[in-house]
Design a protein around this ligand. Structure first.
Ligand code: FAD
Length: 362
């Protein structure tokens, strides 16, 4: 992988551990001399646009004014808890607060949700807990990280992805899911109900291992909780000391005026707000691959717009294009994840719009 034309060190053919990733990103911050321009610990409490200026107010009450606002908030901004009917007497936490499995030793644990987080947490905790039950309301497609020892993301070749249609790649991914985790159905993992690729594919090595060893019990969604008893929608019950909500995240956009929030209207090219001037969102996408190169292409496109080297069409045209793009995403990926994009094609489409000699290297 490379960002800003800089190759990553370490073992590029392997998944990078987090300390290697952090070191790589920090090296870019240093070599681009960005650090001195970062205002860390400045949480934006309110942002308003008037007379061609964005005024940001921090939660400490300080105000700053800017020509344009680029929100890089991440789609994993605020943990979302599952609403539970009844009163649970034990401990509850979101997967975002999960660190290590040892503290679950000898406890009865219920994990809600079986995406990547739910699978990883359940798989790790199962080695220590007295029991692990996973409540699965909507079964998802899942795969392991490796096949015969090789990282599966080797197959994610951007050149291939640009020429082979998503409908065919979807079938290949479904085949890989079936090959690596299809056998788990014998252990009670329900068959996915949606098309493969309409959700983020759940990726875990620990989960299939724990399921095959009989360490994880799968149940449907939770009906209600009372004391330490959890009742599932099929009428079965279990007792629990801890509930882990692996139920995803919400966008932390409450600091924006309601009409400027990106969940209300599709964005032009998934970046520019077509109805609010000088408002951009970088990283507000999901894909069946890592976000970094997508975010880099979005950042480079936004920089060209701000430099006036890429011209935005009139607002009405931006709205029409944004709606057409959203329609295409909905056909390709369904309506549950409005920010899902076909990464290689999306990056290519942003690059096509940029001038031949970009102001920002990618
Ligand atoms: C458990 C987990 C495991 C993951 N594992 C992987 C992986 O192995 N590989 C991979 O490629 N991706 C992984 N991801 C996804 C990856 O973390 C995200 O794609 C990436 O962090 C998104 O980067 P971002 O900069 O867009 O957002 P974030 O990293 O979420 O950063 C957003 C920033 O905005 C700040 N912010 C939010 N609101 C405000 C505000 N009002 N004022 C000021 N600042 C604000 C936040 O504090 C934060 O620093 C994982 C995600 C999770 C949750």
């Amino acid at each position: 992988m490379q960002l800003s034309g800089r190759r990553m060190g370490g073992r590029p053919w392997e998944y990078a551990p987090h300390d290697e990733m952090l070191g790589y990103l920090e090296s870019i911050v240093d070599s681009e001399d960005i650090r001195q321009r970062l205002h860390l610990g400045w949480r934006v409490a309110a942002a308003n646009h008037a007379d061609g200026v964005w005024t940001l107010r921090s939660d400490g009450g300080e105000e700053r004014r800017y020509r344009a606002l680029i929100c890089a908030l991440g789609v994993n901004g605020r943990p979302r808890l599952a609403p539970l009917t009844g009163h649970f007497a034990g401990e509850q936490l979101h997967s975002a607060s999960y660190r290590t499995p040892e503290r679950f030793k000898d406890r009865d644990v219920v994990v809600i949700g079986l995406g990547t987080s739910g699978g990883e947490v359940a798989g790790e905790v199962a080695e220590h807990a007295r029991s692990v039950v996973v409540a699965v309301r909507t079964p998802m497609w899942a795969m392991t990280r490796r096949l015969a020892g090789f990282p599966l993301d080797w197959l994610d070749n951007p050149t291939l992805a640009r020429v082979v249609p998503w409908s065919m790649r979807r079938r290949t991914i479904a085949g890989l899911c079936t090959l690596t985790t299809g056998g788990l159905r014998r252990h009670g993992i329900p068959r996915p109900t949606r098309r493969c690729g309409d959700d983020i594919i759940a990726i875990s090595d620990a989960f299939p291992r724990a399921v095959r060893r009989g360490l994880i019990d799968i149940r449907p969604g939770i009906d209600r909780v009372e004391g330490d008893e959890i009742r599932f929608t099929d009428g079965s019950t279990t007792r629990a000391d801890v509930i882990v909500h692996a139920t995803g995240f919400e966008l932390p956009t409450e600091f924006l005026p309601a009409h400027a929030r990106p969940d209300k209207h599709p964005l032009y090219h998934g970046i520019a707000h077509p109805r609010v001037p000088d408002l951009y969102f970088v990283g507000l996408v999901e894909a069946h691959r890592a976000l970094l190169q997508i975010a880099e292409a979005q950042a480079a496109w936004t920089a060209e717009v701000l430099r006036g080297r890429v011209e935005l069409p009139p607002r009405a045209q931006q709205v029409a294009v944004a709606q057409k793009e959203a329609g295409r995403r909905s056909r390709d990926f369904g309506d549950r994840h409005p920010f899902l994009v076909d990464a290689a094609r999306y990056i290519a489409s942003l690059r096509r719009e940029r001038p031949r000699r970009p102001a920002v290297a990618t």
